[in-house]
Design a protein. Structure first.
Length: 209
C-alpha cells in the first residue's frame, strides 16, 4: 500500500505575527501549528516528514532591481503580487521584515529549494496564496468570486480542493492550507513555475485543465 503524500504549507508574517503552518495528508487537512519562533515551526514541519514544503515568502531577494522576474510574470498574467527588491533596498524599509523572517525559514529547513529542475528528494517551493486561488479557479475556466479574502479562500479550498476548512480558525491558517495545496499539485507534477534561476521561482497549481 502506497503511503499518502504529505505536504506542509507555511504562511510567513513579521516578527510579532510569526508563522502559521498546515500539514496535508493525501491532499487533506491533517493538522496545524503556530509559532513566532522560526526554530519551532521548522522542527514541527520537518517532524511531519513531508515530501514538499510550500512557503508564502520570497525564496530570495532580487539580484539587481526592485522586483523579481517571477513577480513580474504573475502581474503580467493578471495576478497582483508583492515586489521583492535587492537585499540592500529591503533593509531600508521595515515593510520587508517579513521577507527576512521568511529567509530564516528557508535557511533553517536546510532543504533544496526548487529552482526549475526536478528534485527527487524532499524540497521547498515558494508559492503565493492569492495566485493559488486564481489558478485553482482558472483550472475550471472560472474567475474568483467576489467577497472577503477569507470567504473567497475558504470557498476556493472547499470547491476546488475538496478541502475541509472548519479547523482553520484564521486567514493565516487558510493561507497556509492553500500553500499546502499548492505543494500537493507540485508533488503530483501538476504545477506551473514562474520566474528564472537568477531570482527564483514561484510555483502554482497548473491551471491547464
Amino acid at each position: 500500500m502506497t503511503s499518502p503524500k504529505i505536504t506542509v504549507g507555511i504562511d510567513v508574517g513579521g516578527i510579532k505575527k510569526g508563522f502559521h503552518a498546515v500539514v496535508n495528508h493525501a491532499g487533506q487537512y491533517h493538522g496545524h501549528f503556530q509559532s513566532t519562533k522560526p526554530d519551532e515551526v521548522v522542527a514541527w514541519a520537518l517532524s511531519q516528514k513531508p515530501s514538499v514544503i510550500a512557503i508564502d515568502a520570497p525564496s530570495m531577494f532580487s539580484q539587481n532591481g526592485r522586483s523579481r522576474k517571477a513577480e513580474r510574470d504573475l502581474v503580467n498574467n493578471g495576478m497582483r503580487c508583492f515586489y521583492t527588491p535587492t537585499r540592500d533596498l529591503a533593509k531600508e524599509s521595515h515593510f520587508y521584515d517579513w521577507v527576512f523572517n521568511g529567509e530564516l525559514i528557508y535557511k533553517k529547513l536546510e532543504l533544496p529549494i526548487f529552482m526549475g529542475n526536478k528534485i527527487n528528494s524532499p524540497c521547498v517551493i515558494e508559492t503565493f496564496p492569492h495566485a493559488i486561488q486564481i489558478s485553482l479557479w482558472a483550472r475550471h475556466g472560472q474567475s474568483c468570486p467576489e467577497g472577503s479574502k477569507s470567504s473567497i479562500r475558504r470557498k476556493t479550498l472547499a470547491i476546488h480542493a475538496n478541502y475541509e476548512t472548519k479547523q482553520l480558525g484564521s486567514i493565516d491558517f487558510i493561507d497556509a492550507a492553500l500553500c499546502a495545496v499548492s505543494a500537493d499539485y507540485f508533488a503530483n507534477n501538476q504545477f506551473k513555475a514562474y520566474g528564472c534561476h537568477q531570482d527564483g521561482f514561484i510555483v502554482l497549481p497548473d491551471h491547464a485543465i
